[in-house]
Design a protein around this ligand. Structure first.
Ligand code: SAM
Length: 310
């Protein structure tokens, strides 16, 4: 039969707004789980799925993340229902981690619902400052309000608005130094979506990808036009070059005051080599990084010449 690939661990993000790593570890030990310490390699995470038993590890790349055996269902766990833990894939923890806004700063989450990354950003700025979060979809925003309430987030300002219509000149966003752009994408990195997409007709598929990558370019470019933004993180849960490296390459050309930075040098998988510097981008797949398929690029405003002592 076909070779069976690795299974995705159940990743659990500790919500530091409500609790801390040591309390969550202690809780799961009381519930009969064996704590194996901090993983030293992705292989060690993969072993969670190869042996039987209630065991868990701390992740090696994302500081507030735990990994449980594939299939561990924690949706009814009281830590989850109380908002102390967030069930979030490891790859989707990378954008907020790499945006790394300072405590108390002003951040925009451009395409925010259902809000897992907004809640993570809020935890990073310690619930002080502001996360301006936008989304077009009313239903998804309603879900997001519930999720943020449960997570104890109080620094958010939600708006049911097209991010492309948010004015960079509005004094309200003058202090925004960090923007996360996680736009709608084909979802081709998510296992179920992969099948749906594979079944679609080739022409319908390429039309859809074209429409998506058009929006992705506009959203990313709009983010880079905010006057005081220093760092912008672009991410998708797609594995298509058209939605990832090609978007980054084209937008970078339009915004020469920004360059890509390699924000997580220890990450094993990089962008496809289609332009100089594409290796700064980060990719993720189940077989290479034991996560969903994902893509992240970190744009940093270049220092002015008089600041860089050339
Ligand atoms: N960042 C979210 C999270 O981590 O939970 C997931 C975001 S999802 C990939 C993309 C979102 O973009 C969708 O909720 C969609 O409604 C929203 N969206 C699409 N077009 C938009 C636009 N023009 N302005 C704002 N949001 C938009």
């Amino acid at each position: 039969g076909a070779a069976v690939g690795p299974a995705l661990p159940r990743y659990v993000r500790v919500n530091t707004i409500k609790t801390c790593m040591s309390d969550v570890i202690a809780y799961f030990k009381r519930r009969g789980y064996t704590y194996l310490g901090k993983a030293r390699s992705i292989e060690e995470l993969a072993e969670l799925g190869q042996k039987k038993g209630k065991r868990f590890l701390q992740d090696l790349h994302v500081p507030d993340l735990l990994a449980f055996p594939p299939g561990t269902d924690l949706h009814k766990d009281s830590l989850y229902t109380a908002g102390h833990i967030i069930l979030q894939d490891k790859a989707s923890c990378l954008p907020a981690l790499l945006l790394d806004p300072p405590v108390g700063s002003h951040v925009i989450d451009a395409c925010a619902a259902p809000g897992n990354k907004t809640s993570q950003l809020s935890a990073i700025i310690q619930n002080k400052g502001k996360v301006f979060a936008f989304d077009l979809d009313t239903k998804r925003l309603a879900t997001m309000s519930t999720l943020l309430l449960r997570a104890g987030v109080i620094c958010q300002e939600l708006a049911n608005q097209d991010f492309l219509t948010v004015s960079p000149e509005d004094p309200k966003y003058q202090k925004v130094g960090h923007i996360l752009v996680d736009p709608s994408c084909s979802g081709s990195g998510i296992p179920d979506q992969m099948r749906i997409l594979a079944d679609k007709e080739e022409s319908a598929k390429s039309e859809r990808l074209e429409a998506l990558s058009g929006f992705q370019r506009r959203a990313l470019s709009h983010a880079l036009s905010f006057p005081n933004v220093q760092r912008v993180v672009y991410s998708t849960c797609s594995i298509h070059q058209q939605e990832n490296e090609e978007v980054v390459r084209d937008v970078l050309e339009q915004h020469p005051h920004f360059s890509l930075i390699d924000a997580l040098p220890s990450w094993p998988m990089h962008g496809l080599n289609i332009f100089p510097g594409s290796s700064c981008c980060l990719r993720a797949t189940l077989s290479d990084t034991l996560t969903n398929g994902f893509f992240v690029a970190v744009f940093q405003r270049k220092k002015k010449v008089n600041e860089s002592h050339l």
